[in-house]
Design a binder for this molecule. Structure first.
Ligand SMILES: [Zn+2]
Length: 193
């Protein structure tokens, strides 16, 4: 660490009269004195140009005298480099199949939760509210997926063989469940929906 002096002016404030500022390549402790010192209007996090480089003010009131501003080289957030991997049609197909598979599995999980909601009459108001949300969530997911499912089946034979029957059964059963729910809410809760 160098100190400010006649031949080594502080890079921040230019102090030469004494050794109160100290600095190296990694850090500058610029002493806020009466005649020299850092710009007091600077706020922590602000970046200044010092000798052609960007330095960020990271701390104030530092150093042994408790009155130095601390600057560190500013590191701009690095932009993410674009991935260099080549994506051929095969990888793309693979990636799409994975996304589809995850979406289907998630729907099955939501369906299981919905299917486990007990008979509406037996639920407390709180359970009923939760049950309604659970069923509507699964129903919503099923509806969204239904719009895509034909092209998923067409493009992914494995997924089709694995999931199609169960998917259709889930959609059918959810339809009944949502119908039951509407009926229950109309007749027993007096809602108009
Ligand atoms: Zn200085």
């Amino acid at each position: 660490m160098r100190s400010s002096g006649r031949n080594t002016p502080c890079p921040s404030c230019g102090r030469t009269k004494d050794g109160d500022c100290r600095f190296n390549e990694e850090v500058i402790l610029c002493h806020a004195g009466e005649s020299c010192g850092p710009d007091q209007a600077l706020r922590i996090g602000e970046v200044v140009n010092i000798e052609g480089h960007s330095w960020a003010l990271v701390k104030t009131g530092a150093g042994h005298s408790g009155s130095a501003h601390v600057f560190k080289p500013h590191q701009p957030k690095r932009k993410k480099a674009p991935r260099a991997t080549r994506t051929g049609p095969q990888q793309e197909q693979q990636a799409k199949a994975e996304v589809a598979s995850i979406a289907i599995e998630r729907f099955f999980d939501e369906f299981d939760l919905a299917w486990n909601v007990m008979d509406f009459h037996s639920l407390s108001p709180k359970e009923l509210t939760e049950g309604i949300v659970t069923i509507e969530t699964a129903h919503q997911t099923g509806q969204e997926l239904s719009g895509l499912i034909q092209s998923i089946w067409r493009e992914n034979h494995d997924l089709r063989i694995l999931h199609r029957d169960r998917f259709n059964a889930c959609i059918r059963n959810l339809g009944y469940q949502v119908e039951d729910l509407r009926h229950f809410r109309n007749h027993y809760l007096g809602e108009i929906i």
